[in-house]
Design a protein around this ligand. Sequence first.
Ligand code: ZN
Ligand code: ZN
Length: 453
Amino acid sequence: MELNYEPKSLKKVTFDVWTKAEILAESVCEVTSSKRTVENGAFTNVENSLRDPRMGPVDRLSVCATCGKKTGECNGHFGHITLTRAVYHIHFLRPVVQWLRAICHNCGEVLLKSIDFPTTKKRVHLMSHIMKTTNVHTKCPKCGIKAPKYAWSKEKQEIVRNNKVYNVTDVQEHLELIPASLLKLLNVVHPIHMILEVLPVPPPTVRPAILMGGTLVRGEDDLTYRLLQILRINQKLKRMIDEARPQHVVKTTRTALQIAISAYIDHKKGVGSSKSKEFSKEYTSLSQRLKSKEGRVRGNLMGKRCDFTARTVITGDDTLKMTEVGIPAKIAEILTVPVRVTDYNKAILTTQLREAKSPIQYLTNPNGDRYDLKFANKFSFELDVGWTVERHLQDGDIVLFNRQPTLHRGSLMAHTAKIAHPSQLTFTMNLSCTPPYNADCKFCFYSFPVFFF
Ligand SMILES: [Zn+2]
Ligand SMILES: [Zn+2]
């Protein structure tokens, strides 16, 4: 892929809740058609369907209607579904309920006794700390009304106030009473954005169809099926409301929509009755894509091989200093360290270069020409200041030693390398260094994969 961006330096990364306005701004099309996206082994190229060409190339031959790029070049563009009725996001129920408790529904007074930030060294979640029950008034100090009890009812799939359904529109109005200054002080997202009014539709690149050979389509991705379910229920609900159907009938469909969206986000989180559980098990969900060992983060992103790293098992060695790490000779010969030639190391490097079994593998001259000594005659070069040599790892080089999971900085520390006997194939370390890495040394030798940069 060709990138024409200027490189930028990142200072920090923050995560936020996608607001309705942001979803709409990002969206390239509204998905309204619940027509099947695949028929007779080919894509049905319908506008406003889940395979709208504006969200990305429909198949290998077509181009993206938004950016004009081909499959593999276009990253895809989000679309959106406008929900007939606002729906709770299953992962954000707790903050929504917490905020309802913290604000008087009658006069909008903040019912928190104090707003102090956690002071303990233990990690405390800011919201849980401020919203803890002992910090919330049970009676409004301004209007004197007794604060009702709010909870999420799994059975009703609604928020209940004193065991009665609290309408989602009322919940939204209630949340609008939160003073902006308080949110700013706490530096948290407005909980109103945690209730979905529009649902972002990920591009087809996120949910590719199952292809058979070339272009014959065998089936759709689980997420596409889930989105189709959501679309159908959403349309049914709209129809029912337009036709002014009886309340209890509308209610059932409303619950179905909530369940379908919850199941799309996370089908393993309590979705309610046994009937709806059946319905939710059929396909996988967004959360399952990311979570767990096989998920995107642990399965695809963490612990991948890259240049200047090696990975093997660790064992204990009491002859090493705490600052050292034993490195197998096999690894040391593959990993190279770029060293700039200076007045100080010129003599040593030249001697190393002339050795019969030279540790130097590559040379780069000041013009940037790189020579591989496997093919070039090493005696034809005269090292000088400004050259760069790439030599094997040797005793005393400083390396980073990491054992996953990298939970804190003690999981990734600098050690000096000590090249081990060629018969040794594991990284070795002083046993006193095991606690920060949380390396298990019950019997003193242990097999844990360790990274080494
Ligand atoms: Zn595109
Ligand atoms: Zn009040």
